[in-house]
Design a protein around this ligand. Structure first.
Ligand code: GRG
Length: 329
């Protein structure tokens, strides 16, 4: 099977899992469920759920039904959290973008208020899915009792705490705020003078990397670390996964910056040159496009070296890292 076929097969299984937990579009809040489903069904590469699954399988290739229910909850939850972040990032108060995943953004299709509420609902639902799956582990059912249950439940709670940390004020939202603090076109006084706020601080490389580690790496760390925790990785293995996923996030964001300059709107499904238009601080702006390419490649090589220190069947992950480096969307 080619890499593209393997990727397609995995994306399809992830979509089947995701779609099974989408809300029914009925009742008096039908429009909310439609907006949530619209943003998820619009597509996306599903990289984060893929990383949860692939990392988990490095450590635990064979799961019980009980473990699979929890694993699937984490897969779905990370995509809901990621999609909420995109829906909110596209809002008029943030990037004010009208195209995402090749379709009108959620606020463009359903209005600003519904964009805010759909994002809120996706985020909250992510934690409902995980906590319900954990709560369904029955430790005291003698018929189904498995000695691993209690340990697995503790691992799942730990992974959920990590999810909250990485998506919240010490993770992704922190990254977004650093971005705002250093971007001229974000105004703290409202959108009226959006393009006039020149009082913003000048960014330097360490702050840019801090921003990337939070805005982008945080959710990739949540994905790979939760997979590793659920799979029963040791402390040393978790430390390798932690470093690897942080570097993968940096490489991923630098490639995203490069695509904004050299990609095509048709392929990436969102406007190109938007960083330039919004006067965004990016690695390409600070270091130049050639250095950005070299940096993304060097980071990917470091990821491959770190991956070699982990157990299990790693061939798909290796190909995935290379695909992410060379991606056109
Ligand atoms: C929490 C209010 C609030 C906003 C969140 C951090 C953030 C703000 C939004 C994320 C927007 C962004 C540009 C993040 C950087 C990571 C990134 C390159 C996202 C795109 O991810 P892909 O390429 O997207 O995996 P698909 O559509 O394939 O899922």
């Amino acid at each position: 099977m080619t890499f593209q076929e393997k990727l397609l097969q995995r994306t399809k299984s992830i979509n089947d899992i995701l779609y099974a937990c989408l809300p029914e579009e009925t009742g008096n809040a039908k429009s909310l469920y439609e907006a949530c489903n619209y943003s998820i069904l619009a597509g996306g590469k599903r990289i984060r759920p893929m990383l949860v699954l692939e990392t988990y399988q490095l450590f635990l290739p064979n799961s019980s039904d009980e473990q699979r229910v929890v694993l699937h909850a984490f897969l779905s939850a990370i995509e809901f959290i990621h999609t909420y972040s995109l829906v909110h990032d596209d809002l008029p108060a943030m990037d004010n973008d009208m195209l995402r995943r090749g379709k009108p953004t959620t606020h463009a299709a359903y209005g600003e208020a519904m964009g805010i509420l759909a994002g809120d609902a996706l985020l909250t639902y992510a934690f409902e899915i995980i906590s319900s799956a954990i709560a369904s582990i029955d430790l005291f059912d003698n018929k189904n009792y498995q000695p691993s249950s209690e340990k697995f439940m503790q691992a799942a709670v730990r992974a959920m705490a990590l999810f909250s940390n990485k998506s919240g004020m010490y993770g992704m939202i922190k990254g977004q705020v650093i971005d705002m603090e250093y971007t001229e076109t974000y105004s703290s006084t409202g959108s009226d003078n959006k393009y006039e706020d020149s009082s913003k601080k000048k960014i330097d490389l360490p702050v840019l990397l801090e921003m990337y580690e939070n805005k982008t790496s945080a959710l990739l760390e949540a994905s790979m670390l939760s997979g590793a925790i659920l799979g029963g990785a040791t402390k040393d293995e978790l430390s390798v996964v932690d470093r690897l996923s942080r570097k993968l996030g940096l490489a991923f964001q630098i490639c995203d910056d490069i695509l904004d300059v050299e990609g095509s709107e048709e392929k990436i499904g969102k406007p190109v040159h938007s960083d330039d238009k919004n006067k965004k601080n990016t690695y390409v702006v600070l270091a130049g496009i050639e250095n950005a390419k070299k940096m993304a490649e060097a980071l990917t090589n470091e990821c491959l070296e770190l991956l070699d220190q982990l157990p299990g069947e790693k061939s798909f992950l290796k190909e995935l890292f290379m695909f992410l480096l060379k991606r056109e969307y």
